[in-house]
Design a protein around this ligand. Structure first.
Ligand code: ZN
Length: 174
């Protein structure tokens, strides 16, 4: 396993629409190793989600896992996701991105979603998510369509460097 290089904003791969994975492809050593490396890379950089394009792989795959005050979602591998909003509630909350280091901004997202996808074994995965985990899934799915969180912001007034975020805006100690 190894730590992969993370593409930063400006790299064209982050603006491409990623291709779906074939079911047969998921079980290949290349993809299985990529998934393990993506978890290693995500944990190494203390991230809560990491999408294929962020590690220069333009495929519809991401890993995520949330364990904190905002909510909990066990580590998941999500491949070829289809997201549908449940209800009409939206929430605005802080997001960051490993491809946009040390910046935070407030982004509106659907509060409740349903996810249809494949897991790392190529099996159908169906789940619902609410609040922060739902936010992470929407953020990562956006990466598969070449969308960054700046694109979703209603205004740039909340844009904040991480140090100032921690000092003035974070409700918890980081
Ligand atoms: Zn991101």
């Amino acid at each position: 396993m190894s730590i992969l290089k993370v593409a930063r904003m400006g790299h064209p791969v982050l603006r491409e629409c990623a291709r779906p994975l074939e079911v047969d492809e998921i079980s290949t050593p290349r993809i299985q190793r990529l998934i393990d490396d993506m978890f290693d890379t995500m944990h190494d950089s203390q991230g809560i989600g990491l999408a294929g394009p962020q590690v220069h792989e333009s495929i519809r795959l991401f890993v995520a896992g949330v364990d904190g005050d905002e909510g909990t979602m066990p580590p998941v591998v999500i491949i070829n996701p289809e997201i549908t909003q449940v209800g009409s509630a939206t929430e605005e909350d802080w997001e960051g991105c490993l491809s946009i280091p040390d910046i935070r901004g407030q982004v509106p997202r659907a509060a409740d979603i349903r996810v249809q996808a494949l897991d790392r074994y190529g099996k159908q995965l169906s789940m619902t998510a609410n609040g922060y985990p739902a936010r992470v899934i929407q953020h990562e799915t956006d990466h598969l369509d070449g969308v960054l969180f700046f694109d979703r912001m209603k205004s740039f007034r909340s844009l904040t460097f991480l140090e100032e975020y921690s000092r003035y805006w974070s409700s918890r100690d980081e």
